[in-house]
Structures are given as C-alpha cells and as structure tokens.
Design a protein around this ligand. Structure first.
Ligand SMILES: [Zn+2]
Length: 139
C-alpha cells in the first residue's frame, strides 16, 4: 500500500476521468447540451447549467506552461527530487492539467515545449501524468 495521496475514484464529478485513465485514455468532461468542455470536471455545465455525465477523449499531448522541481521532501510518499508540470492540452487553449514526474530535468525545460501524457499505476489507481517528449531526465 502506497503512502501517496490518491484521488477518490467514485466521486460523481470526476469518476469518468479516473475510469478513462484506468484504460490509459485522457478525457475531459463535455456538456451534452452545448458541447462546451470543462476541466476541472464538474457535474453541471458552467455555461448553460445542464447536468450531464458526458466525456470526450482528448489527445494525450500538450505544451509545457510551467514547472517546478521539488528538492525538499515533505511527505513520505513523494521522494525527492520530483518535478511538477503544468501543461496546456493540445488544441484546447486554456485547458490545463498538472502532472508529477519523478526526478528532474537534465536538459533545461522551456515554456511551450511539447509534452505527452503517461499513465502511472499506484495500487488500484491510474494517474495521468506528463513528461517532456525530448531531452534528458534524471530520476
Ligand atoms: Zn452546456
């Protein structure tokens, strides 16, 4: 059993996200009425108020927005160093996700560089994470 902090998998607002991740798919919630996509997921559409449980697959690719490498360990489940990445999804301006990658960059990161999703298995949970598509990494 991990010491990691894991998400609740059966929350009605986010269950579809985690179920898709278990199949190594990346999804965002989309309104069944107006089609607007939302992330973070929520039970109702922020644009038209419709309650729906509709999800759409999105490409597991994006661009790096920001990052930080954590050097000081504050939780036993998160050995250092690790790098937290803020990513904007490909073809979805303003839609962002956060990922955690063990280790740190050897090749300096740059804003806007391409990243791809990968799927980390932790106990019975699968977590979408992000990594640069190029450059050296030290774990
Ligand atoms: Zn809507």
């Amino acid at each position: 059993m991990t010491e990691r902090v894991l998400p609740v998998l059966d929350d009605p607002e986010t269950a579809g996200f985690w179920a898709a991740a278990a199949e190594h798919r990346l999804v965002v919630r989309a309104c069944a009425a107006c089609g607007k996509e939302h992330h973070l997921p929520r039970a109702f559409c922020a644009d038209c108020g419709t309650v729906s449980d509709h999800w759409v697959d999105v490409p597991p690719r994006g661009r790096l927005v920001s990052w930080t490498t954590v050097q000081h360990q504050v939780h036993p489940g998160y050995p250092t160093p690790y790098t937290v990445l803020l990513v904007e999804l490909e073809d979805r301006p303003g839609m962002r996700m956060v990922g955690q990658l063990p280790g740190q960059p050897v090749t300096p990161l740059t804003a806007g560089q391409p990243v791809e999703a990968w799927f980390e298995h932790v106990d019975d949970t699968v977590l979408p994470q992000w990594r640069p598509t190029e450059g050296e990494w030290s774990s």
